[in-house]
Design a protein around this ligand. Structure first.
Ligand code: LFR
Length: 473
């Protein structure tokens, strides 16, 4: 029998994957078709993403899916937030997208808030000020009279860019566009006031489309090359976090989530943006969600610090394994808490040195070995989550009573337990592949196989069994 399949192309900061989803009898089954690396490439003065290589990798995954003989109904693409490519009047990519960890936005928020009133800006956009956001990347380019910006015809966020080269259709999906800090939170469209105030070229900002919109079909050459034929490309919650949150295995509101990966995105789903001073001061952001929802969340440095440590230790010739180091960290005793969001940890040359140096400099107990370092990082994250939940609760009519941890980081049992202990509420861990699930099921919603977000979540709930962690202290 022919297997009907939806394909998700999910690009994270560390890796990308093509995942096939089979929906039958109200359950979703996933198969990883292809996984590949994504890395930051330092070239000259900047750090880039290797877009051509990522596009090739995506096609390789699509080809593999075709070779398996699956009847592919559609394809959806999601990626990390804020980054973008610029295309010229002939539709050519003007340069490799620059990575948000690039230093070009250093000091830029201060410059921007000489032109904009910071409080008003939050009341308009509802977005937490972070130097990595598109607004600051563009303003930095503008200040440097960037040649690409001068000739660019259109700005495409990463998922828009992948979709554009698959279909030839250029537009901007709402969820990913909301990470730019250039949308009006109420109208959910471009804030032309901000764009004009910053002197950014107005023509760069295209039509905003909602999750569930069919972007187009595969271009003929791609259809042939991949062997997939003419297949729809559907706009999903194309910001990875939006897709992940769509797939939280819970239906009772408020949906409280921690999307855990390179970043930790902690918050609740709401119907309307929360634009109060309290929310602004607590650095909460209102990002666009699937089915008209808003993701009210805090953007916290997540497992990035640990990921960097692990790759440094591996580069030193020792094979590193989470299954070995995490239990060792569980036994380790060290009191030190570091502020995970400190600029020191954003992109240091060496993460271990940065951490040790931070502890020395701030008279904190210095970890003596790897187990202690890992313990210190994980308990610092859990501590930060507690602060975030306290701030979150102050913005809500009643405190959250449980937290769903989703994404790759939900596999970290020690972190899950430390989080439950810090928060004093039960923590539900899983699914690991929430992003792919949200991506695939949003396609199914677009195709009319699923009625709404509630039914989507019921399917996720039927398909996975989260692990529960109760507070021990
Ligand atoms: C997670 C994520 C976060 C965003 C960060 C940078 O993968 O998309 O939501 O803040 O990456 O884009």
């Amino acid at each position: 029998t022919i297997k009907h399949t939806y394909l998700a192309a999910d690009f994270g900061g560390g890796s990308g994957r093509i995942i096939a989803g089979f929906l039958h009898h109200g359950k979703l089954e996933l198969e990883e078709v292809y996984r590949f690396c994504n890395r930051q490439v330092k070239l000259g003065n900047h750090i880039y993403w290797d877009f051509p290589a990522l596009f090739e990798d995506m096609k390789t995954g699509l080809k593999l899916a075709a070779q398996k003989g699956y009847a592919v109904k559609s394809i959806g693409i999601d990626t990390w937030g804020v980054d973008f490519g610029l295309i010229d009047k002939h539709g050519n990519l003007l340069g490799n997208p620059v990575c948000y960890r690039d230093a070009r936005t250093e000091g830029i928020p201060e410059e921007v808030f000489k032109l904009l009133d910071e409080r008003q800006h939050y009341a308009d956009t509802g977005i937490q000020v972070m130097a990595i956001n598109t607004l600051f990347q563009l303003y930095s380019m503008e200040q440097h009279q960037d040649a690409q910006l001068e000739v660019a015809r259109q700005l495409l966020f990463m998922p828009d860019l992948f979709s554009y080269f698959l279909t030839g259709v250029a537009n901007n999906e709402y969820c990913i566009a909301s990470t730019s800090e250039l949308l009006d939170a109420q109208s959910r469209n471009w804030s032309m006031d901000i764009i004009r105030a910053l002197g950014l070229p107005e023509h760069l900002f295209g039509e905003i489309i909602l999750p569930g919109t069919i972007r187009g079909t595969l271009k003929e050459d791609i259809a042939r090359e991949t062997g997939l034929g003419i297949v729809d490309v559907i706009a999903v919650g194309s910001h990875d976090t939006a897709s992940a949150v769509a797939a939280v295995p819970a239906v009772e509101s408020p949906i409280a989530f921690l999307s855990s990966g390179t970043w930790s995105l902690l918050g609740v789903e709401v119907d309307e943006p929360i634009l109060t001073e309290e929310a602004r001061k607590a650095q909460f952001t209102n990002e666009g969600g699937v089915d008209g929802k808003i993701r009210f969340l805090q953007n916290i440095t997540g497992l990035w610090i640990l990921q960097r440590l692990m790759s440094e230790w591996k580069a030193c010739g020792e094979e590193q394994n989470y299954d070995i180091i995490i239990p060792q960290a569980a036994e380790a005793q060290i009191a030190t808490i570091i502020p995970v969001d400190d600029a020191t940890f954003m992109n240091p040359e060496n993460m271990e040195n940065a951490l040790i140096h931070y502890c020395r400099h701030h008279a904190l107990q210095v970890p003596k070995n790897k187990a202690e370092i890992v313990r210190c990082v994980l308990q610092s994250l859990a501590f930060k989550y507690r602060q975030a939940v306290e701030q979150l609760n102050r913005c809500l009519p009643s405190p959250i009573r449980q937290l769903n941890i989703i994404g790759g980081g939900s596999q970290n049992q020690l972190l899950n337990q430390l989080t439950a202990d810090e928060l004093g509420i039960p923590v539900y861990a899983g699914p690991v592949e929430a992003t792919a699930m949200g991506n695939i099921l949003t396609q199914a919603m677009a195709k009319g196989e699923i009625a709404d977000l509630r039914e989507l979540r019921e399917i996720v709930t039927r398909s996975v069994t989260p692990q529960v962690y109760y507070p021990k202290k």
